[in-house]
Design a protein around this ligand. Sequence first.
Ligand code: PNS
Length: 224
Amino acid sequence: MWKSRSEAAVNGRRIGPYETVWKGVANPATRPTAAHMLGFARASTRSQGPALNLEPTSRLAICPGSFDPLTLGHVDIIRRAARQFDRVVVAVLHNTGKAPLFSVPERLDFIRATFEDNPRVEADAFSGLLVDYARRRGAAAIVRGIRAVSDFEYEFQMALMNRRLAPEVETVFLTPAEEYSYVSSRLIKEITALSGDVSGLVPEPVARRLAEKFPAAPESALNG
Ligand code: PNS
């Protein structure tokens, strides 16, 4: 029979006062359907207290990375993530071990400027373990982009390690549009430093700052 539980745990998980648990029915035909469950929940809330919130909870994803600098490949992945999740935090790693081209505040500015018209996207910085940050933010998922098979091994290793550290945080892989599958921050920096053209591969604020940092960079980089 359906039993309402006000305390205790199911399979080690604590359940709320209006959750219910099905006990002792072996025949699948007599088990309740989703409609039964919903009906019971509604009936029980009428008699027992405040309305049960049946809305799905807001789901937050973290898009972590160095973003030194943000590329249109990153932007593509972040936009895709923002279509799948209610909120996306683009989390810039404070990496003391690397000498970055752009400071963390500059990198955050690039992200904010690029997504200023998208209220679902937030920029933030973090240090330490990614899973600790994800937990602090209450994230349901970590989103990573996979451009090619060569990305996979490293990403897969990281995803499994993060799962071991925080099993409740899922890693989700997204693939960018084909035209960005060869774009990386490393190549953007290298090409710009050698006066190559990266227009169409980085957001405009990034192109502008790259042109300032490397004055010999062609004007066309500003149209990116
Ligand atoms: O843009 P990147 O450099 O590929 O991003 C790598 C990043 C930031 C996702 C990864 O280095 C990371 O998560 N660093 C935080 C430290 C951490 O949690 N390390 C354990 C990973 S299993």
